[in-house]
Design a protein around this ligand. Structure first.
Ligand SMILES: *[C@@H]1O[C@H](CO)[C@@H](O)[C@H](O)[C@H]1NC(C)=O
Ligand SMILES: *[C@@H]1O[C@H](CO)[C@@H](O)[C@H](O)[C@H]1NC(C)=O
Ligand SMILES: *[C@@H]1O[C@H](CO)[C@@H](O)[C@H](O)[C@H]1NC(C)=O
Ligand SMILES: *[C@@H]1O[C@H](CO)[C@@H](O)[C@H](O)[C@H]1NC(C)=O
Ligand SMILES: *[C@@H]1O[C@H](CO)[C@@H](O)[C@H](O)[C@H]1NC(C)=O
Ligand SMILES: *[C@@H]1O[C@H](CO)[C@@H](O)[C@H](O)[C@H]1NC(C)=O
Ligand SMILES: *[C@@H]1O[C@H](CO)[C@@H](O)[C@H](O)[C@H]1NC(C)=O
Ligand SMILES: *[C@@H]1O[C@H](CO)[C@@H](O)[C@H](O)[C@H]1NC(C)=O
Ligand SMILES: *[C@@H]1O[C@H](CO)[C@@H](O)[C@H](O)[C@H]1NC(C)=O
Ligand SMILES: *[C@@H]1O[C@H](CO)[C@@H](O)[C@H](O)[C@H]1NC(C)=O
Ligand SMILES: *[C@@H]1O[C@H](CO)[C@@H](O)[C@H](O)[C@H]1NC(C)=O
Ligand SMILES: *[C@@H]1O[C@H](CO)[C@@H](O)[C@H](O)[C@H]1NC(C)=O
Length: 850
């Protein structure tokens, strides 16, 4: 058992010294790097434990350090704080299909600014412990299955800007303690089961702009004090039951109010005089039992929508309804209004090419029209169910009435470009006068206006594009609206496409930091709310094509220097050290789990495999002198490996599947597509493939220095120094770490051994043969279940994780074990199994005797 290139070390004790030395070295690197606050790390582990993560998004939370190893959805402060630790700044888990519940340990993330778990299916209650995170600015829990009541403690969040709990099943009252949220601008709590009265104390919120409480079980009376909320712009309370109470007359004195929506609230009594609501643009008081007459006060010239339908209103239409320049919808249907309808409502109105006007006077007691009923083609007037319909001339207006605008559309135009020729996922970016058509990869954003200030989107489409693109500091030609649909609320759902700016023909994608920035702009409400469009919701952020490589949704903003130091420590900590330590300890808990062979949703096969060369059989035969046996450089379970020389002189390794190892064409291409996305300096890279004449071959870069095993067993002439061995150990660890954490879906190698660690001309370690390892399985639904799969045991004797061997359950730890064996080989020069001796047992015995 010679250790090549090192003094001959015969005694087990001496060998042990080397093992300990390497451990010490790795430990030192570890201790050197600054870490995330351990309290927060353990909180994150509890948070993960209480969530179910069917698609394995939180798989990266199992290893390394939250702030330093790209844990999904964790953004940290870019430097250590006073206590010398890194701290979690944002928890971003939008739209990850998570279930389970929110752990009370969330409260220990005591420097958190954004808590975002929107659009999952998380159930359980809102932990009161969140109330102790006084740094919190955005509390985003909307779109889940949360139950229970709102904890009083949330009122302690003195820095909170926005609370979104909408679209859950939260019940109970709104805590009066919310009046302490001195910085709260947005209380979005619609579509829950909140009950009780709206606390009058909310009027003390100095900067509150949007109060959305629609679709709850709130009861009356409405607090008159709300009118004193100094900055309130939107008051939306539809579909609650205020038990026949009145709209406080003070609501007519809200000088900044833009939108008042009290649809279907069981309100009675008169409509307050709105002459002191000079900015009001949208009024919906429909479906109540309001009585009395319509106020005569002047209306803002910005008004788009007046819906007073289905009440018990009497009297006549006030003169103030005439010539409203932006009116889109006026509905007075189903009341007891009488007198004559003034044609000045529409006669003096000039519509531009995008505008329409819908007027509904149906089912009242109107007896005539003053002036002409003739109107521009884009104005519809409904008179059905009025005495005025006895006049035959008006019959055309007395049929069934068009109630609403159909604004829903799917973009089909090609942005004025020729019929689509961009290969997916490329698309034409909208052409502009200065930029001709060019193909680029867009970002897809699911977006929704929660409380728009209009009824018809068409006239606002351009200003909307202007609003979003200027909010992002972009050109309007970088934004395209893919589709638009009105939803209940009414809310306006859109899918937006954002294109990179045209720089030159080779820039067609966003870079990583641009993507992260755009996500932050939408998800952190960096695009300011607009008076017309109102608040928006961020629904999803879909990364396609080349963007799938970007770690979603963000990662720590550490500076490069900080990273460099930390990465080394992390890798050492998470792989090498744990591998070696685990061998010494050889004691790992086996958890009882049910079997699963569930995979990730299938990877789409695209015929065009980016950067992958599709070789012909002829080219391969030529490269290998017709697969001459002299060119064989290796042999594995899959088949033979040939050294080949391509026509351009490139030397390659050609792995040719033998009969019995052939896969279906679809599986083969899927595998290649997967492999083509893996790029790491410690992985042997795939150059191309050949799928022809019943042959399947994979073509890799050629590794001139052969396998690590060759160098350890003296086949090669170059001895490996200790420094080279450490470099190779770290390199292989990095390669394996990449497969486990960066590959999407993660890959378990399943056959790590010294003959699968190849060395390039500079002795950089490159992990080989990972292509044929099966995809890492996706964790099952419940609990903190690590990835595993029940399967036939594969692998090489001596490297097999005993736990895997016993349980047939594969985890990433199996690879780590095998890698640990490789490390022991490097330290001792031994084979894993030789002359009946097992390297792990030998080292263990030696260690105990030290
Ligand atoms: C985190 O991700 C970035 C970008 O993919 C990468 O450059 C960096 O090395 C990763 N850090 C770690 C510790 O994996
Ligand atoms: C760290 O973040 C702060 C604010 O978030 C920023 O002002 C600063 O420039 C960042 N520093 C580095 C080194 O990125
Ligand atoms: C949440 O659950 C509902 C019903 O169980 C389902 O319709 C919806 O698609 C789920 N949403 C997510 C994001 O998983
Ligand atoms: C999440 O669930 C929804 C519906 O339940 C499904 O349509 C969607 O594909 C899932 N998303 C992911 C990323 O798996
Ligand atoms: C109408 O809206 C515009 C911008 O949205 C605003 O500048 C203007 O002051 C408003 N006018 C009135 C009378 O409210
Ligand atoms: C409105 O209805 C209330 C009862 O709900 C009644 O007392 C009141 O007189 C009515 N007002 C008018 C103007 O009809
Ligand atoms: C409103 O009018 C309907 C019928 O027009 C009537 O049944 C109802 O009693 C009225 N409600 C009030 C509060 O006046
Ligand atoms: C039409 O009028 C609306 C206001 O009602 C305005 O926002 C829009 O820019 C106008 N469109 C055109 C094409 O002039
Ligand atoms: C409508 O226009 C006519 C002439 O253009 C004008 O005399 C009249 O005063 C206008 N009516 C209103 C209510 O503005
Ligand atoms: C308005 O009417 C004209 C003429 O009928 C029509 O060409 C145009 O498309 C209409 N505009 C809208 C927004 O419907
Ligand atoms: C848009 O496309 C979706 C899905 O293809 C379809 O369900 C919807 O009806 C379309 N909407 C319109 C207005 O064509
Ligand atoms: C996400 O957005 C895309 C379009 O951008 C849409 O097709 C998809 O259905 C959305 N997914 C979810 C879960 O909302």
């Amino acid at each position: 058992m010679a250790i090549l290139g090192m003094p001959q070390l015969t005694s087990a004790k001496l060998r042990m010294n080397f093992v300990l030395c390497l451990c010490w070295y790795l430990l030192l690197i570890c201790a050197d790097s600054q870490r995330t606050d351990p309290d927060e790390v353990s909180a994150l582990r509890s948070i993960k434990k209480s969530l179910n993560d069917p698609y394995g998004y939180l798989a990266s939370w199992r290893r390394g350090d939250p702030c330093n190893s790209n844990w999904t959805g964790i953004v940290c402060y870019n430097r250590t704080l006073e206590d010398g630790h890194f701290h979690v700044r944002e928890l971003l888990l939008l739209n990850r299909n998570l279930t389970g519940s929110l752990s009370p340990e969330l409260g220990r993330l005591s420097y958190l600014i954004i808590l975002d778990v929107m659009w999952n299916n998380i159930s359980g209650t809102i932990p009161k412990e969140i109330g102790s995170i006084t740094t919190l600015e955005l509390l985003l829990l909307n779109g889940n299955q949360l139950t229970g009541s709102l904890p009083d403690e949330l009122g302690n969040l003195s820095n909170l800007d926005r609370i979104q709990i909408d679209q859950n099943h939260i019940s109970g009252p709104i805590p009066p303690s919310f009046s302490n949220l001195r910085k709260a601008k947005h209380l979005h709590m619609n579509n829950n089961s909140l009950s009780g009265q709206i606390p009058a104390e909310l009027s003390q919120l100095p900067v509150l702009v949007h109060l959305l409480l629609d679709n709850n079980n709130l009861s009356g009376p409405l607090p008159p004090e709300l009118s004193e909320t100094p900055n309130l712009l939107i008051l939306q309370l539809d579909n609650n039951n205020f038990d026949g109470s009145m709209i406080p007359s003070s609501y007519g004195n809200m000088s900044r109010l833009l939108k008042l929506s009290l649809r279907n609230c069981s309100l009675q009594g008169p409509i307050p005089n709105w002459s002191n609501n000079p900015n009001i643009a949208y009024i919906d008081l429909s479906l109540n039992q309001l009585n009395g007459t319509i106020p005569t006060g002047a209306l803002s010239e910005n008004i788009t929508t007046i819906d007073l339908s289905s009440n018990n209103l009497t009297g006549t239409i006030p003169a103030s309804f005439s010539s409203l320049p932006r009116l889109q919808k006026l509905s007075l249907a189903n009341n007891s209004l009488s007198g004559s309808i003034p044609s000045t409502i529409w006669q003096n109105r000039t519509l531009n090419s995008t505008e329409r006007l819908i007027l509904d006077f149906g089912y009242n007691m109107f007896s005539n029209i003053s002036g002409s009923p003739l109107a521009a083609p884009n104005i519809t007037i409904g008179l059905q169910g009025n005495p005025v319909c006895s006049n035959n001339i008006l019959l055309p207006f007395c049929g069934p009435h068009e109630e609403d605008f159909s604004n829903n559309f799917n973009t089909t135009n090609l942005n004025n470009c020729p019929p689509q020729i961009c290969p997916p996922p490329y698309e034409y970016a909208p052409a502009s006068p200065s930029v001709r058509c060019f193909c680029a990869v867009p970002l897809f954003i699911g977006y929704r206006l929660k409380s728009p200030g209009f009824s018809d989107f068409l006239p606002y489409e351009n200003s909307f594009k202007e609003y979003i693109s200027s909010g992002l500091g972009m050109n309007t030609s970088q934004l395209d609206i893919d589709s638009v649909a009105w939803q209940k609320g009414p809310r306006l759902r859109m899918y937006l496409k954002i294109f990179p700016a045209y720089v030159n023909d080779s820039v067609r994608t966003f870079n990583r930091s641009e993507i992260i920035w755009i996500r932050e702009m939408f998800g952190g409400w960096g695009i300011r709310d607009n008076e017309v469009f109102g608040p928006y919701e961020f629904l999803n952020f879909t990364l396609v094509g080349p963007y799938r490589e970007v770690p979603p949704p963000s990662s720590s903003g550490l500076s490069k220097g900080a990273l460099a130091g930390v990465i080394l420590g992390t890798i050492a900590g998470s792989v090498s050290l744990s591998a070696i330590v685990s061998i010494f300890i050889l004691r790992r808990h086996i958890k009882k789990q049910h079997t699963s062979s569930k995979r990730r949703p299938s990877t789409r096969i695209s015929i065009k495999l980016d950067g992958m060369k599709d070789f012909t059989y002829g080219e391969m035969a030529l490269a290998t002198n017709d697969f001459n046996s002299l060119t064989v450089v290796g042999q594995g379970g899959y088949g033979k490996v040939h050294r080949g020389v391509l026509s351009d002189g490139t030397v390659v390794a050609i792995k040719r599947a033998q009969e019995g190892s052939l896969q279906g064409e679809k599986e083969f291409l899927t595998e290649i597509e997967l492999l083509s996305r893996l790029h790491h300096r410690n992985l042997v890279s795939l150059i191309g493939y050949c799928d022809e004449e019943g042959e399947q071959m994979l073509i890799y870069e050629f590794m001139p220095n052969g396998t690590l095993r060759d160098h350890l067993s003296g086949k090669s002439k170059v001895p490996l120094s200790f420094a080279m061995r450490v470099k190779i150990a770290l390199g292989s660890a990095r390669g394996v770490l990449y497969l486990h954490t960066e590959a999407n879906p993660p890959i378990f190698h399943r056959d790590i051994k010294a003959t699968n660690i190849l060395l390039d001309s500079r002795f950089t370690a490159k992990v080989a043969d990972f292509g044929l390892s099966r995809l890492a399985p996706v964790p099952e639904l419940e609990g903190d279940v690590p990835s595993y799969v029940s399967t036939v045991v594969k692998g090489t004797p001596g490297y097999l994780d005993p736990e895997y061997f016993l349980t047939h359950k594969l985890t990433d730890k199996s690879d780590v074990y095998s890698l640990g064996v490789v490390f022991l080989e490097m330290l001792t020069g031994m084979h894993p199994i030789s002359h009946g001796k097992n390297i792990v047992r030998e080292v263990n015995v030696a260690y105990r005797s030290v």
